[in-house]
Design a protein. Sequence first.
Length: 220
Amino acid sequence: MNRNRTLVIATRNRGKTAEIRGLLESFPIEIKNLDDFGPIPEVVEDGDTFEENAYKKASFTARVLGYPALSDDSGLVVEALGGAPGVHSARWAGPDATDEQRCTKLLAELESQGNRSAAFACVISIAVPAGPALTYEDRCEGVITEAPVGENGFGYDPLFFFPPLNKTFAQLTMAEKSQVSHRGKALQQVQHEFDKVLKWIDRHMPDPQPVGCQNQKNET
């Protein structure tokens, strides 16, 4: 198989993999994720920015598996909290915290704040084993509610109110959320430019040259 025509999503999340596979289904590429391979070490997401973490995961996966790899890093940026929880969104309330505990902590932090402006941010990195990477990023602006609303989604979705649709992310269907969310818009950028992405992959990850004996004429 042409290794240039396989893209590994650096996740074991089946929903995320299915979403990306659906967006790229018209392109000549096979989408795999980490479950298609043997165990590989976990990447420590210790970067100071979403871009650092996304690149670290994509680059590590590409180098370990030998395929082009895609990874994203995203989180909630709250203006009144100086950008927190930011890159620590998933671990902000503790490494084993539930979504409910994360939301409870956020509401407590904002209890005396009048400014409840916030944004979800996402950075996508596409890397090859040699090291270079492409970066795509997007944001979705909103407001933090005073109590959870809605049953869908995950993480901070019940607290993130999206004014254009007059709903929280947890009230949106998956299709609605994919159209307006930070990750959805960043993935749409990838989709719209994927012909260029394939050419970039070909340039930075050429097909291996066959090795073997070749007939040679003796010169006199």
